[in-house]
Design a protein around this ligand. Structure first.
Ligand code: CU
Ligand code: ZN
Length: 179
């Protein structure tokens, strides 16, 4: 009887410990995929989907956007995931936690949110794939909850602070996606 009770207690503690461990690791694990669904701002018809998938130190970005005028359109992550204003100015400026100047996506020093340009074909569709080594899903460079903005004009990749890309034609919020 004594032995039995000892074993039961021991197994109980072991089981509780295992559950605590599994619970903690499940919550501590950062997301592996995020998604932003882009909706048109007032007077525009631009919509699309952008996915962010983390593999090791790299972030794979895939954007499919439609309803654009043909040509280049500035494409950035902005500081706030707030698309409430009709012109999406509520999303704030470019996401720039390290306080660097605005530049293109391949520049060594740039805003974390600088993704360069989408380029729409004659039918108004743009597809872009980028690999990023600055963005994260946790810490000060985390893009979760930030905004994604598509602009009316091309980003010239050098004018400060936003590349002279004009108004905002679509806005979306980056949320955690099912892996
Ligand atoms: Cu922008
Ligand atoms: Zn920028």
């Amino acid at each position: 009887m004594k032995t039995n009770a000892f074993y039961r207690t021991g197994l109980g503690l072991f089981a509780a410990g295992t559950l605590t461990f599994l619970g903690a690791s499940a919550f501590a694990q950062e997301p592996s995929k995020a998604i932003a669904v882009l909706h048109p701002t007032q007077g525009n018809n631009v919509h699309g989907v952008v996915t962010f998938t983390k593999t090791g130190d790299k972030m794979k970005i895939v954007a499919d956007v439609m309803g654009l005028t043909p040509g280049k359109h500035g494409f950035h992550i902005h500081e706030y995931g707030d698309c409430s204003a009709p012109d999406a100015t509520s999303a704030g400026g470019h996401f720039n936690p390290t306080n660097h100047p605005h530049a293109g996506h391949d520049a060594a020093e740039r805003h974390e949110g600088d993704m360069g340009n989408l380029e729409a074909d004659a039918s108004g569709k743009a597809h872009l794939e980028l690999t990023d080594d600055m963005m994260t899903f946790s810490g000060e460079k985390s893009i979760i909850g930030r905004g994604v903005i598509v602009h009316a004009k091309a980003d010239d990749l050098q004018s400060q602070p936003v590349g002279n890309a004009g108004g905002r034609v679509a806005c979306g919020v980056i949320g955690i996606a099912k892996p």
